[in-house]
Each structure stands twice: as structure tokens, then as C-alpha cells.
Design a protein around this ligand. Structure first.
Ligand code: F6P
Length: 539
């Protein structure tokens, strides 16, 4: 048996032990548990003590990380080696948040100079717009930005803006992703084209949704400002700058990024231009600094104190050892309500794979399905299932000590709920206690037999608890980088390439074909259900 197979067998044995004990019992059995399983990293505190592992189990999981080559893979990632083999690319998003002059290389080519130059160009643009030095065609200052992009060109910037936007923004930043015309119509509603900047963000500049939205937005600008006037209201961000220019964006308004930046890892690049402009470049730089601090932690902390590594191991223990194919993410911060959708792309597009990096079928499960919403809202929606459903779904809880705004007493109520939910998931409420309560209330025995099981909470449901002192740019950057690296480590443990996404291609190809048929082109060659739908909807 190879060292790796032996390590997976040890994980399964650890899971067998975990199945027959309660997590809560481990606090008595392991006096050092809380301290050992609480980590500080880049301004975040992570408590993994409510996970189902014992300390010896964790030691075995760390052996798995070593046997799977996590340390060597981390070194290759951070050195800019080609870790995305199916596309022959590095995945050097860490270079985007490294301090100026870092001298990092992607596939042996120095890239930090270009990163620094683009950052400087972004700053000039953001400062120019914010100081009204850069104005629209009619001389009016820009008061709104419409950011058009989808997937990685949307979810990160949307999350950042929601998390950090001022209560009364000077620049009204709106996002459009969907090819559903309703989203663009809503985004443009009430805006004055003379005061609006349209930023088209697409790594490939071939994405159907983004190009369709960009064309309509450009037409909207042109109708009000004329062709020449509209040009000054367009900017683009792309790893294919020539395509952006061919679309009609002036060369000095095209901001580049590179094929070594994966779409879902791109918010640190010029993809963040709209946010950097609407929030101010200083806030954007602070976010980069927070992410960089997490990069340093990931690179330097030993595996046993490494937050991304431990978070990944907790997930893999639940996913593979204990057979739990879902995870809920609940930030107790309304400003982080888009964290779950962001993680859905990060984790499910990165690690939703069924073959390994060599193309061989995998014998164990990979990424869990991720879902979630802000707490406390989620408590009134899906928490019933978390507490009493037939499946055990581990939960990542994120809480913020100081609220961004508003009444501190409400913030305490929010925090109380975060803590209480983690406790309820862990300890539950036993049937004997419920029966005693119902008996004390004078219910008859038949009624108690019916009610008690329904009012019992099994508990023993794992959670991770992540605490941020404040939701500031640094901590937001660190939080996102933590999950990026966690996702990478999971990919290494599973032996997959986390940086490609071939699974999104088939639907795109078929949509193009179906569109042709809906618009009257030659039809046929589909299954009967698809044929029938095309028949019903074609013009
Ligand atoms: O959904 C597939 C995908 O390729 C994502 O990986 C990417 O983030 C998104 O489409 C948008 O792509 P682009 O930035 O090239 O428009």
C-alpha cells in the first residue's frame, strides 16, 4: 500500500471512530482541544474545535496532507509553476496582491512589473474619476458605474462592493451579469448616460452574456451621447485586450490581466477596477494587503497551524471520511450575504471534478455542494434542515465582532445568534430533556410520545467558526484568500486540477446551437424533450 493510500485508510479509520462518539465529548477528553484547534491568521480567528475530529485524528489528516504532497504543491503554486496542466498555465493570483516590486515569475517569466504597471494605471483611472478629472463626454463628472461581467468577472467584485460600500456612495456601482435582459434594464434604470461609466469585464472577451449586455449598454450610451461621445464612457478589463479594443474601447481604457489569473481568482486584478474606483484605490490596496497577509501565512505557517490547510482537512474529513456531500456557509453579517454565491463558484467550479489531473477516474468524492445565506436570515429558511434533517451538513459560520454601522445592541443580538446556532448544532437537545419539559407542562403520555421526537435536536452537527474583528478591506481580503487557498489544498488532496473548468463548455456550445434554431435556423438532432421545448419557444 502506498503512503498515500495508507493515509486515506487512516482517514477512514478516524471517521469510523468519529461516528461512534460525540464531538462535544472531545472537549472533556482533550483538555488542550480548544487552544489546539483555534488559530489566528492574518487578522482572522478560526475555531475548528466543533469539527468531528479528535486531536490524534487531526495528526493523521496532517499525514494525509503530507503524503498528498501539499507542501510541494504549495511551493509550485507560489513559484508560478504550471499547476493548471490541462491549460498549460500557472495560477499565480498571489502575484496580484504581492507588494510592489515582488519580482514574481509565472512559468519562469517575470510578471510583477506588469502587475505593478496595471495597478498604477488603475489608480490613475480611479483617482481621476473620483476627483472628477476624468469626466464624461458632456463634461459632467461620473456618478455611476455599470460593471458588466459574469462568473469570476462578477461574483468577486459584487461581494467586495456589498461588503465595503459606504452608506451613501458617491459613485453608484451597479452590476449586470445575466443575459436576462431584465438585469441590464434594472441596472440602467434611472441612470443618466452622461454621468455613467460602463466597465466591461471579461477575461476572454468572448462570453455570450457579457458581450450581449455590453452591446446593449453601448447602444444606450450612443443613443444619448453619439458614437464618439459614448467611447469616453467605456472601459474594459480583459486578458484579451485586442478583443476589447476591437469592441470599440479606447486602448488607454483597456486594463489587462493575464491568462495565469483564473477567472474566479481574478478579483485582485483589474477585474476589481469598478470597486477600486467606487471605493477609492486606498481601500482596494488595503484589501490586497489583507490577502497578501493570508498568502504569507499560507506559505509560511507549518501545516498544523495553517488555517487554509486545516479548513481544507476539516472539509475533506466530513466529505470523504463521513460522507457529507454538502456544506452550508452562513456569514452573520448582511454585508457578506454574497459570500456563499462567491464560494459556490470558487469551490464548485474549481473542485467539481470527477477525474484527476491525469484524467483518471476518481474513486472518492470531490467538492461538496455549497449553499448559504446571511445569518440570521438563513435561520428562518434552511436551518430547520441543518438541525433536524436526515443529512448532516457541516456549517461554516463567519461572524464580525464590530458591526460596520448601526446599533451596537443589534450587533450583539446578531453575534448571540451566531454563537447560539453553533452551540445548538453541537449539543442539540436530548429527548429525555424534552420529555421532562412536556411532562412538567402536563401533557398526556400519548401526546408526549408524538411530540418529543419532533422537538428533539440530535446535535453533534459540525461547524467551523470564523471571527473577524471588523469587516474592513484587510480582513475581507484575508477571508477570501483563506478560502482560495483552502480550495487549492482540497484539490491537491483529491489529486485534481482546481484551475480549469471544462464542465462549463458543453452547455455554452449547445446554447449557441439552440439559439440558432430558436431564431429560425435548421432544427433537429435533439432528444424529444429538447425538440419540444425548441418547438414551443422558437420565433
Ligand atoms: O462559467 C465559466 C467561466 O469561464 C468562468 O470560469 C468565468 O469566470 C466566467 O465564465 C466568465 O468568463 P469571462 O471572464 O471570460 O467572461
Amino acid at each position: 500500500m502506498s503512503e498515500l493510500d495508507a493515509a486515506w485508510a487512516a482517514l477512514n479509520a478516524a471517521a469510523d471512530r468519529a461516528r461512534v462518539r460525540r464531538i462535544a465529548s472531545l472537549f472533556d477528553a482533550e483538555p488542550g482541544r480548544l487552544a489546539r484547534l483555534t488559530l489566528e491568521a492574518a487578522g482572522l480567528t478560526l475555531d475548528l474545535s466543533k469539527q468531528p475530529w479528535s486531536l490524534p485524528d487531526l495528526a493523521e489528516l496532517l499525514d494525509l496532507a503530507r503524503a498528498a504532497g501539499v507542501e510541494a504543491a504549495r511551493a509550485r503554486l507560489l513559484a508560478g509553476e504550471i499547476v493548471n496542466r490541462s491549460e498549460q498555465r500557472p495560477a499565480l493570483h498571489v502575484a496580484l496582491r504581492a507588494p510592489a516590486g515582488a519580482g514574481l515569475k509565472a512559468a519562469g517569466v517575470e510578471v510583477s512589473s506588469e502587475v505593478d504597471a496595471t495597478r498604477a494605471a488603475m489608480k490613475r483611472f480611479a483617482d481621476g474619476v473620483r476627483s472628477d478629472t476624468i469626466r464624461g463626454a458632456t463634461g459632467k463628472p461620473f456618478r455611476a458605474i455599470v460593471h458588466i461581467g459574469i462568473g469570476g468577472s462578477d461574483l468577486g467584485p459584487r461581494l467586495i462592493w456589498e461588503a465595503l460600500k459606504p452608506l451613501e456612495p458617491r459613485i453608484d456601482l451597479r452590476f449586470v451579469a445575466n443575459v436576462d435582459p431584465a438585469e441590464l434594464a434594472q441596472a440602467l434604470a434611472g441612470l443618466d448616460p452622461a454621468e455613467t461609466l460602463v466597465v466591461v469585464v471579461s477575461k476572454t472577451f468572448t462570453t455570450l452574456e457579457t458581450l450581449a449586455n455590453a452591446e446593449i449598454a453601448r447602444a444606450w450610451l450612443r443613443a444619448a451621447l453619439g458614437e464618439a461621445g459614448a467611447d469616453g464612457h467605456l472601459a474594459a478589463v480583459s486578458a484579451a485586450p485586442d478583443r476589447a479594443q476591437a469592441f470599440g474601447v479606447a486602448p488607454d481604457r483597456v486594463f489587462a490581466f493575464w491568462d495565469w489569473v483564473g477567472g474566479r481568482y481574478s478579483l485582485w486584478s483589474a477585474v476589481g477596477l469598478s470597486c477600486a474606483t467606487a471605493l477609492g484605490f486606498a481601500a482596494f490596496e488595503r484589501m490586497l494587503a489583507g490577502a497578501h497577509a493570508m498568502d504569507v501565512h499560507f506559505a509560511e505557517a507549518p501545516l498544523e497551524r495553517n488555517a487554509p490547510v486545516l479548513l481544507a482537512l476539516a472539509h475533506v474529513f466530513n466529505r470523504n471520511g463521513l460522507g457529507r456531500p454538502m456544506r452550508a456557509v452562513v456569514p452573520y453579517a448582511q454585508r457578506l450575504r454574497l459570500f456563499a454565491p462567491f464560494l459556490q463558484q470558487l469551490e464548485m467550479e474549481s473542485n467539481g471534478k470527477r477525474v484527476d489531473a491525469q484524467g483518471r477516474p476518481l474513486t472518492r468524492g470531490t467538492a461538496a455542494s455549497v449553499f448559504g445565506d446571511a445569518g440570521t436570515n438563513g435561520q428562518h429558511a434552511f436551518f430547520q434542515l441543518l438541525h433536524q434533517g436526515t443529512d448532516i451538513i457541516p456549517v461554516d459560520i463567519v461572524a464580525v465582532r464590530e458591526g460596520s454601522e448601526g446599533d451596537p445592541a443589534m450587533q450583539r443580538k446578531l453575534l448571540a445568534n451566531a454563537i447560539a446556532q453553533a452551540e445548538a448544532l453541537l449539543v442539540g437537545r436530548g429527548e429525555a430533556e424534552v420529555r421532562a419539559e412536556l411532562t412538567a407542562k402536563g401533557l398526556d403520555p400519548a401526546e408526549i410520545d408524538m411530540l418529543a421526537p419532533q422537538r428533539t435536536f440530535p446535535g453533534d452537527r459540525p461547524s467551523s467558526f470564523l471571527l473577524l474583528d471588523r469587516l474592513d478591506p484587510e480582513r475581507l481580503g484575508a477571508l477570501i484568500a483563506l478560502y482560495e487557498h483552502k480550495t487549492f489544498v482540497e484539490g491537491v488532496l483529491w489529486g485534481i486540477n482546481s484551475f480549469d473548468q471544462w464542465g462549463v463548455e458543453l452547455g455554452k456550445t449547445l446554447a449557441t446551437r439552440v439559439l440558432g434554431e430558436l431564431e429560425g435556423g435548421p432544427a433537429g438532432g435533439h432528444d424529444p424533450s429538447t425538440e419540444a421545448l425548441i418547438g414551443k419557444l422558437k420565433v
